[in-house]
Ligand binder design. Structure first.
Ligand code: C2E
Ligand code: CA
Ligand code: CA
Length: 452
Protein backbone atom coordinates (compact mmCIF):
# COMPACT_ATOMS: atom_id res chain seq x y z
CA UNK A 1 0.00 0.00 0.00
CA UNK A 2 2.64 2.42 1.15
CA UNK A 3 4.74 1.56 -1.79
CA UNK A 4 1.99 2.21 -4.23
CA UNK A 5 1.31 5.60 -2.67
CA UNK A 6 4.96 6.51 -2.82
CA UNK A 7 5.11 5.37 -6.38
CA UNK A 8 2.05 7.45 -7.26
CA UNK A 9 3.57 10.47 -5.57
CA UNK A 10 6.76 10.03 -7.47
CA UNK A 11 4.87 9.68 -10.70
CA UNK A 12 2.90 12.85 -10.04
CA UNK A 13 6.09 14.70 -9.23
CA UNK A 14 7.63 13.46 -12.39
CA UNK A 15 4.61 14.52 -14.37
CA UNK A 16 4.67 17.94 -12.76
CA UNK A 17 8.31 18.35 -13.58
CA UNK A 18 7.71 17.32 -17.15
CA UNK A 19 4.77 19.64 -17.42
CA UNK A 20 6.87 22.45 -16.06
CA UNK A 21 9.57 21.64 -18.53
CA UNK A 22 7.25 21.55 -21.46
CA UNK A 23 5.56 24.72 -20.26
CA UNK A 24 8.94 26.35 -20.17
CA UNK A 25 9.63 25.08 -23.66
CA UNK A 26 6.31 26.42 -24.87
CA UNK A 27 7.03 29.71 -23.15
CA UNK A 28 10.39 29.87 -24.87
CA UNK A 29 8.82 29.12 -28.20
CA UNK A 30 6.26 31.82 -27.67
CA UNK A 31 8.50 34.53 -26.38
CA UNK A 32 12.01 33.83 -27.63
CA UNK A 33 13.64 33.74 -31.03
CA UNK A 34 15.00 30.30 -31.86
CA UNK A 35 18.12 31.55 -33.65
CA UNK A 36 19.36 34.44 -31.56
CA UNK A 37 17.66 33.34 -28.30
CA UNK A 38 16.56 36.93 -27.91
CA UNK A 39 13.12 37.78 -26.57
CA UNK A 40 10.70 38.46 -29.42
CA UNK A 41 8.17 41.09 -30.35
CA UNK A 42 5.43 39.54 -28.20
CA UNK A 43 7.67 39.76 -25.21
CA UNK A 44 8.35 43.40 -25.99
CA UNK A 45 4.65 44.14 -26.16
CA UNK A 46 4.08 42.52 -22.77
CA UNK A 47 7.05 44.29 -21.30
CA UNK A 48 6.00 47.68 -22.57
CA UNK A 49 2.41 47.25 -21.39
CA UNK A 50 3.66 46.25 -17.94
CA UNK A 51 5.77 49.39 -17.82
CA UNK A 52 2.84 51.45 -18.95
CA UNK A 53 0.70 50.11 -16.09
CA UNK A 54 3.34 50.92 -13.51
CA UNK A 55 4.08 54.32 -15.01
CA UNK A 56 7.55 53.29 -16.03
CA UNK A 57 7.10 53.68 -19.75
CA UNK A 58 7.78 57.40 -19.89
CA UNK A 59 10.71 58.49 -21.99
CA UNK A 60 11.38 55.29 -23.77
CA UNK A 61 12.33 54.71 -27.38
CA UNK A 62 11.85 51.98 -29.93
CA UNK A 63 14.59 51.39 -32.50
CA UNK A 64 13.57 49.03 -35.28
CA UNK A 65 16.69 47.77 -37.01
CA UNK A 66 16.77 45.98 -40.33
CA UNK A 67 19.91 44.57 -41.91
CA UNK A 68 20.17 45.83 -45.46
CA UNK A 69 20.07 42.99 -47.99
CA UNK A 70 20.46 40.27 -45.38
CA UNK A 71 19.25 37.59 -47.76
CA UNK A 72 22.32 38.08 -49.93
CA UNK A 73 24.54 37.47 -46.89
CA UNK A 74 22.77 34.14 -46.45
CA UNK A 75 23.26 33.42 -50.11
CA UNK A 76 26.96 34.25 -50.11
CA UNK A 77 28.08 32.72 -46.81
CA UNK A 78 25.38 30.16 -46.14
CA UNK A 79 22.65 29.95 -43.59
CA UNK A 80 24.89 28.94 -40.69
CA UNK A 81 27.12 32.00 -41.00
CA UNK A 82 24.00 34.13 -41.44
CA UNK A 83 22.57 32.78 -38.18
CA UNK A 84 25.80 33.43 -36.31
CA UNK A 85 25.91 36.92 -37.72
CA UNK A 86 22.41 37.57 -36.39
CA UNK A 87 23.50 36.41 -32.94
CA UNK A 88 26.54 38.69 -33.05
CA UNK A 89 24.48 41.67 -34.13
CA UNK A 90 22.10 41.00 -31.22
CA UNK A 91 25.07 40.94 -28.86
CA UNK A 92 26.45 44.18 -30.21
CA UNK A 93 23.11 45.88 -29.81
CA UNK A 94 23.10 45.02 -26.08
CA UNK A 95 25.51 47.93 -25.75
CA UNK A 96 22.57 50.28 -26.30
CA UNK A 97 20.37 49.16 -23.43
CA UNK A 98 20.82 48.86 -19.70
CA UNK A 99 18.33 46.00 -19.34
CA UNK A 100 19.08 42.33 -19.63
CA UNK A 101 16.20 42.16 -22.01
CA UNK A 102 16.33 45.31 -24.07
CA UNK A 103 17.15 43.79 -27.43
CA UNK A 104 14.38 41.92 -29.21
CA UNK A 105 14.16 39.82 -32.34
CA UNK A 106 11.58 41.13 -34.78
CA UNK A 107 10.84 38.48 -37.37
CA UNK A 108 13.70 36.77 -39.16
CA UNK A 109 16.30 39.44 -39.67
CA UNK A 110 15.14 42.48 -37.76
CA UNK A 111 15.87 43.68 -34.27
CA UNK A 112 14.20 46.06 -31.89
CA UNK A 113 16.08 47.92 -29.19
CA UNK A 114 13.76 49.11 -26.45
CA UNK A 115 15.52 51.85 -24.55
CA UNK A 116 13.68 52.59 -21.34
CA UNK A 117 15.29 55.87 -20.36
CA UNK A 118 15.86 58.13 -23.28
CA UNK A 119 14.62 61.62 -23.89
CA UNK A 120 13.26 62.36 -27.32
CA UNK A 121 16.01 64.71 -28.36
CA UNK A 122 18.62 62.00 -27.78
CA UNK A 123 17.00 59.45 -30.08
CA UNK A 124 18.68 60.72 -33.25
CA UNK A 125 22.11 60.59 -31.71
CA UNK A 126 21.58 57.02 -30.58
CA UNK A 127 20.29 56.03 -34.01
CA UNK A 128 23.45 57.48 -35.50
CA UNK A 129 25.61 55.57 -33.03
CA UNK A 130 23.86 52.32 -33.89
CA UNK A 131 24.40 52.81 -37.59
CA UNK A 132 28.10 53.51 -36.96
CA UNK A 133 28.67 50.71 -34.51
CA UNK A 134 27.08 48.11 -36.76
CA UNK A 135 29.15 49.26 -39.72
CA UNK A 136 32.29 47.84 -38.09
CA UNK A 137 32.99 44.40 -39.55
CA UNK A 138 31.86 41.21 -37.84
CA UNK A 139 34.19 38.26 -37.57
CA UNK A 140 32.30 35.02 -38.10
CA UNK A 141 34.62 32.01 -38.37
CA UNK A 142 37.23 33.20 -40.82
CA UNK A 143 34.95 35.67 -42.58
CA UNK A 144 34.98 39.43 -42.14
CA UNK A 145 31.47 40.57 -42.84
CA UNK A 146 30.42 44.14 -43.38
CA UNK A 147 26.80 45.09 -43.04
CA UNK A 148 24.76 48.25 -43.13
CA UNK A 149 21.45 48.77 -41.37
CA UNK A 150 18.32 50.84 -41.70
CA UNK A 151 16.71 52.05 -38.49
CA UNK A 152 13.27 53.49 -37.78
CA UNK A 153 12.72 55.20 -34.44
CA UNK A 154 9.69 56.09 -32.33
CA UNK A 155 9.36 57.50 -28.83
CA UNK A 156 6.94 57.37 -25.94
CA UNK A 157 5.27 59.75 -25.35
CA UNK A 158 6.75 62.10 -27.96
CA UNK A 159 5.49 60.26 -31.04
CA UNK A 160 3.18 57.46 -29.96
CA UNK A 161 0.87 56.55 -27.07
CA UNK A 162 0.77 52.77 -27.13
CA UNK A 163 3.10 49.99 -28.18
CA UNK A 164 1.23 49.17 -31.38
CA UNK A 165 1.39 52.75 -32.49
CA UNK A 166 5.08 52.92 -31.60
CA UNK A 167 5.90 49.78 -33.56
CA UNK A 168 3.94 51.01 -36.52
CA UNK A 169 5.72 54.36 -36.44
CA UNK A 170 9.16 52.80 -36.17
CA UNK A 171 8.29 50.69 -39.19
CA UNK A 172 7.20 53.75 -41.17
CA UNK A 173 10.54 55.38 -40.31
CA UNK A 174 12.35 52.23 -41.35
CA UNK A 175 10.64 52.07 -44.73
CA UNK A 176 11.44 55.67 -45.34
CA UNK A 177 15.13 54.96 -44.79
CA UNK A 178 14.91 52.01 -47.18
CA UNK A 179 13.24 54.10 -49.81
CA UNK A 180 15.78 56.90 -49.55
CA UNK A 181 18.74 54.55 -49.84
CA UNK A 182 19.34 52.51 -46.66
CA UNK A 183 22.30 52.70 -44.25
CA UNK A 184 20.71 55.37 -42.10
CA UNK A 185 18.15 56.09 -39.39
CA UNK A 186 14.92 58.04 -39.31
CA UNK A 187 12.86 59.24 -36.38
CA UNK A 188 9.14 58.92 -37.12
CA UNK A 189 7.50 62.05 -38.55
CA UNK A 190 3.72 62.51 -38.58
CA UNK A 191 3.71 63.58 -42.23
CA UNK A 192 5.26 60.22 -43.15
CA UNK A 193 2.23 58.51 -41.65
CA UNK A 194 -0.02 60.63 -43.86
CA UNK A 195 2.04 59.59 -46.85
CA UNK A 196 1.75 55.93 -45.92
CA UNK A 197 -1.97 56.32 -45.35
CA UNK A 198 -2.46 57.98 -48.74
CA UNK A 199 -0.40 55.30 -50.39
CA UNK A 200 -2.42 52.44 -48.95
CA UNK A 201 -5.61 54.25 -49.82
CA UNK A 202 -4.52 54.74 -53.41
CA UNK A 203 -3.44 51.13 -53.62
CA UNK A 204 -6.88 50.02 -52.51
CA UNK A 205 -8.78 52.45 -54.72
CA UNK A 206 -6.63 51.65 -57.72
CA UNK A 207 -8.03 48.12 -57.76
CA UNK A 208 -11.41 49.56 -58.67
CA UNK A 209 -10.32 52.53 -60.76
CA UNK A 210 -10.43 50.53 -63.98
CA UNK A 211 -13.88 49.04 -63.62
CA UNK A 212 -15.26 52.37 -62.44
CA UNK A 213 -13.94 54.17 -65.52
CA UNK A 214 -11.77 56.52 -63.57
CA UNK A 215 -8.80 56.21 -65.93
CA UNK A 216 -8.35 58.10 -69.15
CA UNK A 217 -5.58 58.98 -71.55
CA UNK A 218 -4.29 62.34 -72.63
CA UNK A 219 -1.97 62.80 -75.58
CA UNK A 220 1.11 64.93 -75.99
CA UNK A 221 2.31 65.85 -79.49
CA UNK A 222 5.78 64.88 -80.63
CA UNK A 223 6.96 67.68 -82.88
CA UNK A 224 9.17 68.16 -85.91
CA UNK A 225 11.26 70.99 -84.46
CA UNK A 226 12.02 72.60 -87.81
CA UNK A 227 8.40 72.79 -89.03
CA UNK A 228 6.38 72.66 -85.79
CA UNK A 229 4.32 69.82 -87.25
CA UNK A 230 3.01 66.91 -85.22
CA UNK A 231 4.83 63.66 -86.03
CA UNK A 232 3.27 61.40 -83.42
CA UNK A 233 1.65 61.51 -79.99
CA UNK A 234 2.44 59.96 -76.63
CA UNK A 235 -0.43 58.55 -74.58
CA UNK A 236 -0.19 59.53 -70.91
CA UNK A 237 -2.39 58.05 -68.23
CA UNK A 238 -4.59 60.08 -65.90
CA UNK A 239 -6.58 58.90 -62.91
CA UNK A 240 -9.53 60.99 -61.87
CA UNK A 241 -10.11 59.96 -58.29
CA UNK A 242 -13.65 60.68 -57.10
CA UNK A 243 -12.49 62.40 -53.91
CA UNK A 244 -8.84 63.23 -54.38
CA UNK A 245 -9.08 64.65 -57.88
CA UNK A 246 -6.55 64.06 -60.65
CA UNK A 247 -3.66 61.92 -59.46
CA UNK A 248 -0.45 61.98 -61.43
CA UNK A 249 0.97 58.78 -62.89
CA UNK A 250 4.24 59.67 -61.20
CA UNK A 251 2.44 58.91 -57.95
CA UNK A 252 0.19 55.98 -58.81
CA UNK A 253 2.22 54.01 -61.39
CA UNK A 254 4.84 52.98 -58.79
CA UNK A 255 2.00 51.86 -56.51
CA UNK A 256 0.40 49.92 -59.35
CA UNK A 257 3.76 48.31 -60.07
CA UNK A 258 4.24 47.23 -56.47
CA UNK A 259 0.85 45.60 -56.28
CA UNK A 260 1.07 44.07 -59.75
CA UNK A 261 -2.14 45.73 -60.91
CA UNK A 262 -0.05 47.59 -63.49
CA UNK A 263 -0.54 44.58 -65.79
CA UNK A 264 -4.29 45.12 -66.07
CA UNK A 265 -3.89 48.86 -66.26
CA UNK A 266 -1.16 48.52 -68.86
CA UNK A 267 -3.34 46.42 -71.14
CA UNK A 268 -6.19 48.85 -70.71
CA UNK A 269 -3.84 51.67 -71.80
CA UNK A 270 -2.68 49.65 -74.78
CA UNK A 271 -6.22 48.92 -75.99
CA UNK A 272 -7.47 52.43 -75.38
CA UNK A 273 -4.52 54.05 -77.18
CA UNK A 274 -4.90 51.70 -80.15
CA UNK A 275 -8.64 52.30 -80.23
CA UNK A 276 -8.04 56.06 -80.30
CA UNK A 277 -5.41 55.78 -83.01
CA UNK A 278 -7.87 53.76 -85.09
CA UNK A 279 -10.57 56.35 -84.52
CA UNK A 280 -8.22 59.07 -85.75
CA UNK A 281 -7.32 56.94 -88.73
CA UNK A 282 -10.99 56.50 -89.60
CA UNK A 283 -11.31 60.29 -89.43
CA UNK A 284 -8.46 60.62 -91.90
CA UNK A 285 -5.65 61.43 -89.47
CA UNK A 286 -2.73 59.03 -89.52
CA UNK A 287 -1.25 59.54 -86.06
CA UNK A 288 1.42 57.26 -84.68
CA UNK A 289 0.79 56.69 -81.01
CA UNK A 290 3.35 55.88 -78.34
CA UNK A 291 2.39 53.90 -75.26
CA UNK A 292 4.46 53.71 -72.08
CA UNK A 293 5.07 50.17 -70.93
CA UNK A 294 6.33 49.30 -67.44
CA UNK A 295 9.17 46.88 -66.94
CA UNK A 296 6.84 44.45 -65.20
CA UNK A 297 4.48 44.41 -68.13
CA UNK A 298 7.19 44.21 -70.72
CA UNK A 299 8.57 41.13 -68.97
CA UNK A 300 5.19 39.41 -69.23
CA UNK A 301 5.73 36.29 -71.37
CA UNK A 302 2.63 37.04 -73.39
CA UNK A 303 3.31 40.72 -73.93
CA UNK A 304 4.19 40.59 -77.61
CA UNK A 305 1.32 38.24 -78.35
CA UNK A 306 -1.16 40.49 -76.57
CA UNK A 307 0.07 43.58 -78.39
CA UNK A 308 -0.41 41.84 -81.73
CA UNK A 309 -3.83 40.59 -80.65
CA UNK A 310 -4.88 44.12 -79.72
CA UNK A 311 -3.76 45.52 -83.07
CA UNK A 312 -5.61 42.79 -84.93
CA UNK A 313 -8.75 43.12 -82.85
CA UNK A 314 -8.90 46.88 -83.33
CA UNK A 315 -7.67 46.74 -86.94
CA UNK A 316 -4.82 49.20 -86.55
CA UNK A 317 -1.72 48.68 -88.72
CA UNK A 318 1.26 47.95 -86.47
CA UNK A 319 3.36 50.78 -87.90
CA UNK A 320 1.19 53.29 -86.02
CA UNK A 321 2.19 51.88 -82.64
CA UNK A 322 5.30 52.88 -80.71
CA UNK A 323 6.21 51.15 -77.47
CA UNK A 324 8.17 53.24 -74.97
CA UNK A 325 10.32 51.43 -72.44
CA UNK A 326 13.14 52.69 -70.22
CA UNK A 327 16.71 51.65 -70.79
CA UNK A 328 16.80 49.69 -67.55
CA UNK A 329 14.28 47.27 -69.03
CA UNK A 330 16.60 46.49 -71.92
CA UNK A 331 19.68 46.36 -69.76
CA UNK A 332 18.40 43.95 -67.15
CA UNK A 333 16.48 41.34 -69.06
CA UNK A 334 17.73 39.15 -71.83
CA UNK A 335 14.14 38.22 -72.61
CA UNK A 336 13.39 41.91 -73.16
CA UNK A 337 15.83 41.93 -76.04
CA UNK A 338 13.96 39.08 -77.69
CA UNK A 339 10.67 40.90 -77.26
CA UNK A 340 12.13 44.02 -78.83
CA UNK A 341 13.30 42.06 -81.86
CA UNK A 342 9.93 40.38 -82.18
CA UNK A 343 7.98 43.62 -81.90
CA UNK A 344 10.20 45.29 -84.48
CA UNK A 345 9.86 42.33 -86.83
CA UNK A 346 6.15 43.01 -86.66
CA UNK A 347 6.53 46.69 -87.61
CA UNK A 348 6.03 48.05 -84.12
CA UNK A 349 8.51 50.74 -83.22
CA UNK A 350 10.49 50.82 -79.98
CA UNK A 351 11.43 54.02 -78.16
CA UNK A 352 13.87 54.15 -75.27
CA UNK A 353 12.46 56.54 -72.67
CA UNK A 354 14.30 58.74 -70.16
CA UNK A 355 17.55 58.07 -71.95
CA UNK A 356 20.71 59.09 -70.11
CA UNK A 357 19.39 58.51 -66.60
CA UNK A 358 20.44 54.86 -66.34
CA UNK A 359 23.92 53.44 -66.59
CA UNK A 360 25.78 51.63 -69.36
CA UNK A 361 23.43 53.36 -71.76
CA UNK A 362 25.64 53.22 -74.79
CA UNK A 363 26.28 49.51 -74.70
CA UNK A 364 22.56 48.86 -74.44
CA UNK A 365 22.00 50.60 -77.75
CA UNK A 366 24.90 48.86 -79.38
CA UNK A 367 23.46 45.39 -78.73
CA UNK A 368 19.80 46.13 -79.26
CA UNK A 369 18.42 47.96 -82.23
CA UNK A 370 15.68 50.48 -81.46
CA UNK A 371 13.86 53.13 -83.49
CA UNK A 372 13.72 56.11 -81.20
CA UNK A 373 15.73 57.38 -78.25
CA UNK A 374 14.22 60.03 -76.01
CA UNK A 375 16.71 62.27 -74.23
CA UNK A 376 15.55 62.74 -70.67
CA UNK A 377 14.09 66.06 -69.61
CA UNK A 378 16.76 66.52 -66.91
CA UNK A 379 19.36 67.13 -69.65
CA UNK A 380 17.10 69.40 -71.67
CA UNK A 381 16.38 71.46 -68.54
CA UNK A 382 20.00 72.57 -68.41
CA UNK A 383 20.72 73.42 -72.00
CA UNK A 384 22.20 75.61 -73.29
CA UNK A 385 23.57 77.29 -70.14
CA UNK A 386 25.15 74.18 -68.59
CA UNK A 387 28.18 73.05 -70.58
CA UNK A 388 28.14 69.43 -69.46
CA UNK A 389 24.47 68.83 -70.23
CA UNK A 390 24.85 70.63 -73.54
CA UNK A 391 27.77 68.55 -74.67
CA UNK A 392 26.04 65.35 -73.50
CA UNK A 393 22.96 66.24 -75.49
CA UNK A 394 24.91 67.01 -78.64
CA UNK A 395 26.83 63.74 -78.22
CA UNK A 396 23.59 61.81 -77.94
CA UNK A 397 22.26 63.47 -81.07
CA UNK A 398 25.40 62.54 -83.02
CA UNK A 399 25.19 59.04 -81.69
CA UNK A 400 21.66 58.78 -82.97
CA UNK A 401 22.78 59.84 -86.42
CA UNK A 402 25.62 57.33 -86.43
CA UNK A 403 23.56 54.46 -85.16
CA UNK A 404 20.51 55.26 -87.19
CA UNK A 405 17.78 55.96 -84.72
CA UNK A 406 15.66 59.06 -84.20
CA UNK A 407 16.30 61.34 -81.27
CA UNK A 408 13.45 63.03 -79.46
CA UNK A 409 14.24 65.68 -76.86
CA UNK A 410 11.81 65.53 -73.93
CA UNK A 411 10.45 68.38 -71.87
CA UNK A 412 11.30 71.36 -74.06
CA UNK A 413 9.95 74.45 -72.35
CA UNK A 414 11.86 77.39 -73.86
CA UNK A 415 12.82 78.73 -77.27
CA UNK A 416 16.49 78.72 -76.24
CA UNK A 417 16.30 74.99 -75.68
CA UNK A 418 14.60 74.35 -78.96
CA UNK A 419 17.11 76.57 -80.82
CA UNK A 420 20.05 74.78 -79.29
CA UNK A 421 18.54 71.44 -80.30
CA UNK A 422 17.93 72.58 -83.86
CA UNK A 423 21.47 73.96 -84.16
CA UNK A 424 22.74 70.58 -83.06
CA UNK A 425 20.67 68.69 -85.62
CA UNK A 426 18.07 67.28 -83.27
CA UNK A 427 15.00 66.81 -85.43
CA UNK A 428 12.26 66.00 -82.97
CA UNK A 429 11.03 67.16 -79.60
CA UNK A 430 8.24 67.18 -77.11
CA UNK A 431 7.38 69.67 -74.39
CA UNK A 432 5.14 72.34 -72.95
CA UNK A 433 6.63 74.86 -75.41
CA UNK A 434 4.60 73.09 -78.11
CA UNK A 435 1.80 71.49 -76.18
CA UNK A 436 0.91 69.94 -72.85
CA UNK A 437 -0.75 66.54 -72.91
CA UNK A 438 -4.32 67.17 -74.17
CA UNK A 439 -7.59 65.43 -74.97
CA UNK A 440 -7.95 63.62 -78.32
CA UNK A 441 -10.03 66.32 -80.02
CA UNK A 442 -7.34 68.88 -79.22
CA UNK A 443 -4.83 66.71 -81.07
CA UNK A 444 -6.77 66.92 -84.32
CA UNK A 445 -7.23 70.66 -83.75
CA UNK A 446 -3.47 70.96 -83.28
CA UNK A 447 -2.88 69.19 -86.59
CA UNK A 448 -5.27 71.53 -88.39
CA UNK A 449 -3.57 74.59 -86.90
CA UNK A 450 -0.05 73.43 -87.70
CA UNK A 451 -0.36 72.01 -91.18
CA UNK A 452 0.93 73.91 -94.17
P1 C2E B 1 7.39 59.99 -69.25
O1 C2E B 1 7.05 58.82 -70.09
O2 C2E B 1 8.81 60.43 -69.25
O3 C2E B 1 6.42 61.15 -69.72
C1 C2E B 1 6.79 62.50 -69.78
C2 C2E B 1 6.25 63.26 -68.62
O4 C2E B 1 6.73 64.60 -68.67
C3 C2E B 1 4.74 63.37 -68.60
O5 C2E B 1 4.32 63.45 -67.27
C4 C2E B 1 4.51 64.70 -69.31
O6 C2E B 1 3.27 65.28 -68.98
C5 C2E B 1 5.65 65.50 -68.75
N1 C2E B 1 6.08 66.58 -69.64
C6 C2E B 1 6.07 66.61 -70.99
N2 C2E B 1 6.58 67.79 -71.44
C7 C2E B 1 6.93 68.49 -70.37
C8 C2E B 1 7.52 69.78 -70.18
O7 C2E B 1 7.83 70.53 -71.11
N3 C2E B 1 7.73 70.19 -68.89
C9 C2E B 1 7.40 69.40 -67.83
N4 C2E B 1 7.65 69.87 -66.62
N5 C2E B 1 6.86 68.18 -67.96
C10 C2E B 1 6.62 67.73 -69.23
P2 C2E B 1 3.15 62.56 -66.71
O8 C2E B 1 2.03 62.49 -67.71
O9 C2E B 1 2.86 63.05 -65.34
O10 C2E B 1 3.78 61.12 -66.63
C11 C2E B 1 4.81 60.82 -65.75
C12 C2E B 1 5.37 59.45 -65.98
O11 C2E B 1 4.40 58.44 -65.67
C13 C2E B 1 5.72 59.19 -67.45
O12 C2E B 1 7.00 59.74 -67.72
C14 C2E B 1 5.70 57.69 -67.50
O13 C2E B 1 6.91 57.16 -67.03
C15 C2E B 1 4.61 57.35 -66.53
N6 C2E B 1 3.37 57.04 -67.28
C16 C2E B 1 2.45 57.88 -67.79
N7 C2E B 1 1.46 57.19 -68.43
C17 C2E B 1 1.80 55.89 -68.32
C18 C2E B 1 1.20 54.66 -68.78
O14 C2E B 1 0.17 54.64 -69.45
N8 C2E B 1 1.82 53.50 -68.48
C19 C2E B 1 3.00 53.48 -67.77
N9 C2E B 1 3.57 52.30 -67.49
N10 C2E B 1 3.60 54.60 -67.32
C20 C2E B 1 3.01 55.79 -67.61
CA1 CA C 1 7.35 58.17 -72.09
CA1 CA D 1 10.51 60.30 -70.47
Amino acid sequence: MKNIKAQKRAETKDLEARLKESNAAIYDLMYYDSITKLPNRKKLINQFNKNLETNEANNSAIFMIDIDRFHSINEIYGREVGDQLLTSIGERLQHFTQNDEGVFANGEDEFIVYHQHLSFYKTEKMGQEMVEMLSNPFTIGDHFIYITVSIGISHFPATGQCIHELLNQAEIGLYKVKRIGRNNYQVFLPQDALEVERKSRLELDLQRALERNQLHLVYQPKINLATGELIAVEALLRWKHPELGIISPGEFIPIAEESGIIRNIGYWVLYEAIRQAKEWQDMGYEISTAVNVSAIQFKDRHFVKRVLEALTALKLPARFLIVEITESVVKNFQSAKNSIVELRNNDIRIAIDDFGTGYSSLSVLRDTKVDVVKIDKSFIDNIPQDAISSSLVSTMIQMGQNMNFDIIAEGIETLEQSNYLLENNCKYGQGYLYSKPVFPHEITAFIENHSH
